[in-house]
Ligand binder design. Sequence first.
Ligand code: MG
Length: 186
Amino acid sequence: MEQPKAKVPYSLNSKKVADATMKWLQKRGVTLTEIAELVMLLQQKYYPSLTMEECIHNVEQVLSKREVQNAVLTGIQLDILAEQELLIPELQDMISNDEGLYGVDEILAFSIVNVYGSIGFTNYGYVDKLKPGVLERLNDKSLGPCNTFLDDIVGAIAASASSRIAHRKQAEREKQHGEDTTDSDR
Ligand code: MG
């Protein structure tokens, strides 16, 4: 009798997770430039010389964090399962209708802003209310795809990149003044 094959021990492949994150954001129609535009909107008034390149760079840095990748993939997966009507019926109804009393999409997004502290939280609240740019499109229910999780995730990435810029700019300022800086590597 054939012996059952031993299960290959699990080991995390970081690069695969990172690549999948970028691939699935793109597959769901979200570009890094669009996220960077939200960052620009949030930070321009504090840093008038901020460039789109800097915004894109900060979005990429946020997306390089494992916690962020985990949230992106989990959220997109739930949106896709909702589109395929594969969820438990009660959950299916809530997610496909973006039920106002269902807040797990926001909670998942918090796992992204959590990495970047309180500025991330306030910026997230701001874009979540205003829904500018790409968030308006992701929230448009008439367009077809289910983006119940993705809109919060994109807002949280932009909010986190904004927070990262604020912390970095402070660190740069302290360095310029020859002071010790303690907050430069988030
Ligand atoms: Mg949502």
